[in-house]
Design a protein around this ligand. Structure first.
Ligand SMILES: Cc1cc2nc3c(=O)[nH]c(=O)nc-3n(C[C@H](O)[C@H](O)[C@H](O)COP(=O)(O)OP(=O)(O)OC[C@H]3O[C@@H](n4cnc5c(N)ncnc54)[C@H](O)[C@@H]3O)c2cc1C
Length: 226
């Protein structure tokens, strides 16, 4: 008689039930999960899998360390493998999380006196929301580059004078054009620490601009998404 071998997935503490899905734009949503069962540093990322699927992807943690829920921000990529599946998740579905990973972010002590400039393209804003929620007193400016101002995810959470929205395809932001165009005309204090997150083209261009302004490479921290 043929034996049927069934591979059962052990549901352990790395599985989280989706509690809520916030639709932020047509393509972008956040997954709200139970509070993290691991300690993390604001700015770090996790590896996210879907129950029953063999692949996983990395996502920055979008929530702060003291928040009651773990949250990630996801943009559905046209013809992508994983994000269309994430998009189909429903409340109650299981995802698998490993981590946290990475060193993006700063030591808590540095947030008390340091000056920070956060530069993000698109969903690259995710680690900065985690940092801003974790350290509300931190001295920062957040320069966010998007195509349309509708992509200014949760912008009301950032004080108006700290959040600079650069939109390349509409004129409703602080600046009309790419964030690198805005950056070129900025002046920053010599001791500023820069954190760059998002796509590699933006990061490469912003790095060049900051180096031309005279900032040292060790003042510039990068997290490349793709
Ligand atoms: C450290 C780290 C943190 C990340 N954090 C986030 C996050 O917080 N939110 C988030 O949405 N993504 C994040 N990403 C990207 C994420 O891991 C996936 O690459 C992304 O969700 C696409 O997965 P996919 O399987 O749908 O696309 P794939 O099938 O893997 O890739 C399809 C193509 O889409 C490109 N691509 C990947 N991401 C994007 C994008 N956002 N916009 C346009 N093209 C893209 C890839 O370069 C590839 O050519 C992060 C990546 C890294 C390395």
């Amino acid at each position: 008689m043929m034996s049927l071998i069934k591979h059962e997935i052990k549901i352990d503490e790395s599985f989280y039930k989706v509690e809520e899905i916030r639709q932020l734009t047509r393509e972008t949503f956040s997954l709200i999960l139970p509070k993290a069962r691991f300690a993390f540093k604001a700015g770090q990322h996790i590896s996210l899998g879907i129950y029953g699927d063999y692949q996983s992807r990395e996502y920055s943690i979008y929530s702060g360390i003291k928040d009651d829920h773990l949250e990630v921000l996801v943009k559905e990529v046209n013809n992508g493998y994983f994000t269309p599946k994430l998009r189909k998740l429903k409340v109650g579905d299981l995802v698998e999380i490993h981590g946290p990973f990475g060193n993006f972010g700063m030591e808590p002590k540095a947030t008390e006196t340091g000056k920070f400039v956060f530069i993000a393209s698109g969903t690259g804003i995710a680690p900065f929301r985690s940092i801003a929620r974790t350290y509300p007193e931190i001295d920062y400016a957040l320069i966010h580059g998007v195509r349309y101002t509708t992509e200014a995810y949760d912008r009301n959470e950032y004080p108006g004078d700290r959040y600079i929205l650069c939109s390349s395809r509409d004129t409703k932001g602080t600046y009309h054009g790419r964030l690198t165009g805005y950056l070129k005309n900025c002046t920053f204090a010599a001791e500023t620490q820069f954190y760059l997150c998002g796509n590699s083209d933006m990061i490469f261009d912003a790095l060049e601009i900051l180096k031309e302004m005279g900032f040292e490479r060790d003042q510039i921290h990068c997290e490349v998404y793709f």
